[in-house]
Design a protein. Sequence first.
Lengths: 400, 252
Amino acid sequence: MLGLNRKDTTFLIIVVLLTLFTPFLMQPFSEGSAMAQFNGGYPDLMAKVAIFGIFAMGFNILFGLTGYLSFGHAAFLGVGSYSAVWMFKLLTLNVFPAIILAVIIGGVFSLVIGYISLRRSGIYFSILTLAMAEMSYRLAYSVLTPITNGETGLQVRATDPRIFDGEGAADYPNLFGLELSTSQKWEVLGHVFTFNVGYYFCALIAIVMFYLSMRIFRSPFGLILRATKSNQQRLSYTGLSTRPYALAAFVISGMYAGLAGGLLAAMDPLAGAERMVWTASGEVVIMTILGGAGTLLGPVLGAGAIKYLENIFSKINENVLHEWFHFMPEWLADPIVFILSRFTGEGWHLTLGLMFMAVVIFLPGGLIEGGQRIANRFRKKPPEDDDAEHHPKAAPHVAE
Amino acid sequence: MAILEVKGVGKRFGGLHALSDVNLSVQENIVHAIIGPNGAGKSTLLNCLVGKLMPDTGSVLFQGQSVLGRKPHEINQMGISRVFQTPEIFGDLSVLENMLIPVFAKRDGSFRLHPFETVEHEAEVIDKAMEMLVEVNMADKRNMHAAALSRGDKRRLEMAMCLVQEPKLLLLDEPTAGMARANTNKTIDLLKQIMDQRDITMAIIEHDMHVVFSLADRITVLAQGTPLVEDTPENIKGHPKVKEAYLGETAA
């Protein structure tokens, strides 16, 4: 189906089902129960998972396949957001023009930055992309204030022209009038499930992007990208020009990033320079490696895991911790709360760092490898090794 | 007719004259060996032929066209393939995938954006790659990780990847370096078989005199960056100058 073999079709159908049922899957605990704070089924978080899933999927096409480690992909995300908000301001709050422009501008930006950065490989490539992204951030933050509105960020205002929006048009990003913030709540057996237009819109696009990345992985183009990671010398002595292939991968991943940026703006119509800062570029690297670089689903899982945990952990402040440990005597509870509170709430990045270290050291193939190890233990048979790409080896991540 | 014509090539690295005034012509459909003691400039010469190094002077013509200033991938597309001293293959890919890439490169040229075709549906390409794997007796290893192959198999795979592109000229840089005698003989047989079955010319750099004298139709002896003599193996064996420069210590 759709040019996929049976195994991939099944895989795609599973992904589609998982995405469609996310509002249930991320809401496993009933409302009012002690575990309710671990529920993640609210629209904002779910949409973020889909959007950062797209971002990581695109990053994976560059990093997972070719091994070129870009530290500047947040620049394309930010550029996508700015273009989308400008479309909202100038044309219409309908999301389609915004998203289309975000993809195009993301592609153009990545073409320029990729063309320059790909003159070098390995660590020098990473440094060049990092430098470019920091420059973009500085430009957005101060120099280009007339376009980006500097540190305040770009917002949609009532005075904007919005030439295609007539009187009484929706004043929130919408799909031909249907506002993305529209939600339908469904209460059943003490659970509250929320179905949000914005989430389903992002999820639908994420599915399409997942399908596209699957096609790229299975194409001769994808095969040659994997060969780039493996041995560039052999590739050029085999008659293939390596740089255009790497640049094509770079631009494709830049367009994915631009799309993700556009969707972020569609969910919340403002764009700020902090979206382009280098830690944001680092985050997508962590998502991809955490989930499993070079695998199809890994980056999405990584993005989901990080966004979910970020939400949950940041909510656990000292008060919550005290509540958990109030059954203990105070002299015992206080130190425990003190230590744990370093890792939760504001300090959640400490947890993320530890988690990342553990994955890189013990599971170089990411969550996907973890899942496979568990599956193999249950099946009690040696892992099949017919599909190299689904069994990533502990190979160096950076192209030499 | 000469397929490769090297005229007056010189290359300096700082004060070192790695090559000076090298003249060499490789005739079509023969095995032409280039031998010489360490530091004679054999590898430098080879690197000048494939676009890795740019000589300071002289010209290199392949089928009448200059190869100088062209990139390695362009030279490959002209019909020159190269086998490296240590096998260069795609270690992270399967053996079959390794074979598919040169077939795609031959069919599609040095760059083609084809992100929405599917490798599995390219029956012709897969058939061609499989045919070649059968020819080198590696069809049963097609799903193996190339990095897991034995050294001898890696060498065969690399040669198969070169041959599947049907090059006019195959350059081999010490193809038996570091091999046990049994494997060396296997490689010699494989190369002989290739010469018998294909319309191909080989230029081979080799240290092992056993390999050279089993294969070569023509031998050039390089010493201190210049060709000393060029002749048939029989005449080279007895040549006094050659004995003095090289064979004196190693073979004779």
